[in-house]
Design a protein around this ligand. Sequence first.
Ligand code: TYM
Length: 345
Amino acid sequence: MTPAQTQTRKVMLSAVQPSNHLTIGNYLGAIKNWVKLQHDYECLFFAVDLHTITVRQDPKEMRDQTYRAIATYIAAGLDPKDVTLFVQSHVPAHAELAWVLNCFTYIGELSRMTQFKDKSAAKGGGEGQNISAGLFTYPVLMASDILLYQTDLVPVGEDQKQHLELTRDVAIRMNNIYGKDTFKVPEPYIAQVAARIASLQNPDQKMSKSDPDPNASIFLTDSDDVIRKKLKRAITDSGSEITYDAEAKPGVSNLLTIQSAITGKSMSELVNSYAGKQYGHLKVETGEIVVEAIAPIRNKTELLLKDLGYLNSILKDGAEKARARAHTTLKRVYERVGFIGLDQL
Ligand code: TYM
């Protein structure tokens, strides 16, 4: 990296919730793009543990998943020497800016968030099942994550687009009050092919880490045999012709999408290659393609997890770099809203 490149690079940032093992939806919809774009941008990638406790978590399990998320980022191809990798709770400015942004975000806006509506509808009440205020204000913390670093580009899957729009609205609102250079207004970068990988068991829904049916998702921890089995059991559609039609053939289209996202082949090329073949062929071949893509990431993740010393050194370094950057924005915002700076006393 030349000094000139370092100076001119725009900022790219994204994150994943360490709420369970990551899925191929997370990989193809988000992480694969991070890897692809990492050297063109000044990058920050992190695990959002603060977001994760918006629904009840087992503490030990969450710590393990947080390490696993960071190890997966590296195993998938992020270069820890060039990108900043960290854990959200290691940078207190995320929570601090979120409070300020909470005061500039409206209840009406948060009530319209489909992720909140879906997640709160999925909860049935009872012990630990109440809908927390954190789940409601979740998008504000996400806006804080993004705006703290004067981010230009946020590569995410389709499901996060609405949160990005809210982030932009809040940034523009505050810029209008406190000056245009308060926040950079970020752009989303949505994967072209894999914006929404669907559940293997209910292809009208997105594949989700928290789906209670383990056959619905391919986890990045799944063994080769489990991957093959899950794809063999994937729900396909009526008829027998292999064509891409997200409305009429969501199951078949999802398998084609997964193949296209991994191999880079166009949809028409793939569909042509399946002329005269049956759904069974598509399932078996998708299984092999997914195994080939996932096995090296899984194996490298396991190796990295055996060396916590290495991961800890990356996280310490990342937290330090992120803290320094975040402080600049937080200080500017605190001054502009009218707080007395401790360094001015
Ligand atoms: P999370 O943890 O739900 O998902 C992580 C990333 O994976 C993408 N994704 C998918 N893409 C395609 N198909 C799918 N089935 C699929 N499932 C998930 C998500 O769009 C996301 O890009 N709120 C975020 C985490 C977050 C964040 C941020 C992201 C917190 N702060 C700041 C970007 C910037 C979330 O819950 O992602």
